[in-house]
Design a protein around this ligand. Structure first.
Ligand SMILES: [Zn+2]
Length: 137
């Protein structure tokens, strides 16, 4: 049998399966991100285990929202520009994130922050910082 007839016989079903697998991965990544966000916003942690940078990006969440414990402001970090492997779980980023303002004031890299949630947009007037769910400490 030539490769051409094999392609005719199986090509479309292989492509269909590959497409379904891709869709299923996206759905799984979205659910994993939502589960993590719900845990972080509802219980404020634990952050571990967490989705990987690649999973978050695949789920359409390109930003990690963090609260600086020094100045109490919420900031977003773009996950697609972080120089870490895409297989890095997002909770591992916590100890590397540096607050620019606090570091300038203190004259040393200030890295104390709390992970808040994964999000699809940067913080702006129309997309305000996430709030922890009421009723939780
Ligand atoms: Zn700060």
């Amino acid at each position: 049998m030539s490769t051409k007839s094999r392609e005719v016989l199986y090509g479309s079903s292989i492509r269909a399966s590959a497409e379904r697998a891709k869709e299923a991965r996206k759905v799984a990544d979205k659910l994993a991100v939502r589960a993590w966000n719900d845990r972080m916003l509802g219980y404020q942690g634990p952050a571990q285990p967490s989705p990987t940078i690649g999973d978050a990006l695949n789920a359409g969440c390109g930003y990690l929202e963090v609260r600086c414990l020094g100045c109490d402001t919420h900031q977003t970090v773009a996950l697609d520009i972080i120089r870490r492997p895409k297989t890095t779980p997002v909770h591992e980023l916590e100890r590397y994130l540096r607050c620019k303002d606090c570091s300038q004031v203190r004259r040393y890299p200030y890295k104390r922050s709390h992970l808040v949630a994964l999000r699809s947009t940067k913080i702006s007037a129309s997309d305000p910082p996430s709030t922890w769910w009421p009723g939780e400490r």
